[in-house]
Write a protein that binds this ligand. Structure first.
Ligand SMILES: Cc1cc2nc3c(=O)[nH]c(=O)nc-3n(C[C@H](O)[C@H](O)[C@H](O)COP(=O)(O)OP(=O)(O)OC[C@H]3O[C@@H](n4cnc5c(N)ncnc54)[C@H](O)[C@@H]3O)c2cc1C
Length: 468
């Protein structure tokens, strides 16, 4: 076993900003097709207002143009806000369209950020238009008080949106608090609707645009309600029961879930993950919300296995799960190996509990008679060799599958040591496809040295273990 460590990177703090290179890759990977509905919503909103351009661009000249642009940025920003709300829904159709829930959530972030920028430009342009009439009217418009309920509602909506953007892009907020802040942004949306509804009659001429905005905003409310409902209930979830629960390592429990009722089989592909909410049961209480876990067993049967590591409050409690506990399962989502080409040589790199998709894929390859045509080097990084859940299962699957080779690395020296080990064992790297799964810090570091080695982004497939 080689002695290499990811200690410094595995402990890196989770932050959307830190995942910049993954985001860039996702922007390319999702493709234009996935973005079309959001683009269509913006175009529809803009066109429905633009046809009234002569009425919007009043009075004539620069003031009218700025006023019209102010209204158009408001309309486009609102359409993008609605798109971002729809993109937070965990619908499998959306997940498939984007090639993974992480990419869909990325689109949600992009739409939300663009919406925020547009909605910030909206009052700025209107104030600039007013400035041309007189500085006094601009000053009056730039402050919420004294302008009536509609303007106050608009400013409150913007302030709410600002708080949400801060919570999302500032990485230091605990997940639970971030989620509550995110949910509170629904209030900002209510203020935005009040703002639009109150002001529309005053705009008069933009009748079609007004209707489109109100209908779109109603759609946004449906998305918010659906997401809340799906988070709390079992509407779209399948019912499972913990058939077996056993200790996989000092920090990890292995749980086998079996369906509670006959029906259509639960099908998934190796590398996919599910959202699971456990009901109170023997040894376990509380935290009934959904958490994502990658399936750590081969597809094909009615049951599947999860490896759950204590990484926070709820997963620590889940270490007490026992046979008989009921579970609700949403998914499957994602698909790290969706486009895998087993005629090409591959390198898999897993860190810590990021071993799970590789167990599923190695077992799936073992179960098929088709031997992968090219070699697959599997690198597993564990900080503590005595706390490496799933390693025994992976070793067994690798041993049974020709062309698979397992290289176990322990933690001590950082990503450059991993790089050296991979180069020495699997080089040259440019001819290989890469699959990564593990903590965000590990993924970022690995992406950086792969890029330095000249491996094109399109050859790198990474599953994030963090959703915000
Ligand atoms: C696609 C994916 C696959 C995963 N697979 C596995 C796995 O196979 N085994 C495993 O042990 N862990 C896995 N995780 C991580 C696991 O979901 C988190 O450790 C767990 O949700 C933490 O919850 P907590 O309340 O214990 O910790 P917290 O301290 O509340 O959260 C720790 C971190 O976990 C994430 N998280 C927490 N709650 C949620 C939630 N409801 N939805 C999404 N993310 C959340 C956030 O990034 C948060 O910062 C996976 C995560 C993702 C995104």
């Amino acid at each position: 076993m080689a002695a290499v460590t990811l200690a410094s990177t595995a402990a890196a703090k989770t932050s959307p900003a830190k995942s910049a290179s993954l985001w860039r890759r996702d922007l390319r990977a999702a493709g234009v097709r996935a973005w079309l509905p959001s683009l269509a919503a913006v175009v529809l909103a803009l066109v429905s207002w633009l046809i009234d351009w002569p009425a919007l661009a009043q009075p004539a000249g620069l003031q009218g143009v700025l006023r019209a642009l102010g209204i158009l940025t408001g309309a486009a920003g609102t359409a993008l806000w609605v798109a971002s709300l729809v993109l937070m829904l965990r619908f499998r159709a959306l997940d498939q369209r984007f090639g993974g829930l992480d990419r869909q959530y990325f689109a949600h972030h992009i739409a939300g950020t663009l919406a925020y920028l547009m909605l910030l430009a909206h009052p700025v342009l209107l104030v600039a238009a007013a400035w041309i009439a007189s500085p006094q009217s601009a000053a009056a418009l730039a402050q919420p008080w004294g302008q009536g309920a509609a303007v106050i509602a608009g400013w409150l909506a913007l302030a709410g949106l600002m708080a949400m953007m801060f919570a999302t892009f500032y990485g230091g907020i605990a997940y639970g608090r971030w989620k509550r802040l995110h949910a509170a942004s629904a209030l900002a949306y209510v203020f935005a609707l009040a703002h639009v509804a109150e002001l529309l009659p005053a705009w008069g001429e933009g009748r079609l645009g007004a209707i489109v905005l109100v209908v779109a905003m109603a759609g946004g409310f449906v998305a918010i309600a659906l997401r809340r409902q799906l988070d709390r209930t079992a509407l779209d979830a399948r019912s499972f029961i913990v058939e077996r629960a056993m200790r996989a390592s000092p920090t990890t429990i292995e749980v086998v879930l079996a369906p509670t009722a006959a029906g259509a089989p639960f099908t998934f592909a190796a590398g996919q993950f599910v959202f699971v909410a456990f009901d109170a049961g023997p040894g376990y209480a509380g935290c009934r919300d959904y958490h994502p876990f990658t399936i750590a067993s081969a597809p094909g049967g009615a049951r599947f296995t999860l490896l759950i590591r204590a990484l926070g409050g709820c997963t620590a409690r889940m270490q007490g799960l026992a046979t008989g506990t009921r579970a609700r399962v949403q998914g499957p989502y994602g698909g790290m190996f969706r486009d895998a080409d087993f005629t090409r040589p591959q390198v898999w790199i897993g860190g810590g509990i990021g071993i799970t998709p590789f167990i599923a894929m190695a077992e799936a390859l073992t179960a098929t008679t088709a031997v992968p045509a090219a070699s697959i080097d599997v690198y597993m990084l564990a900080r503590d060799p005595h706390d490496a859940p799933g390693l025994a299962a992976l070793r067994a699957a690798v041993a049974r599958t020709p062309n698979l080779r397992l290289i176990e690395l322990t933690a001590n020296e950082g990503p450059q040591a991993v790089r050296a080990a991979v180069l020495a064992t699997s080089g040259p790297l440019v001819a290989r496809d890469f699959y990564l799964c593990g903590p965000p810090g590990m993924q970022e570091a690995t992406l950086a040295w792969l890029a330095a080695e000249g491996v094109p982004g399109a050859r790198i497939h990474a599953e994030r273990f963090d959703f915000r």
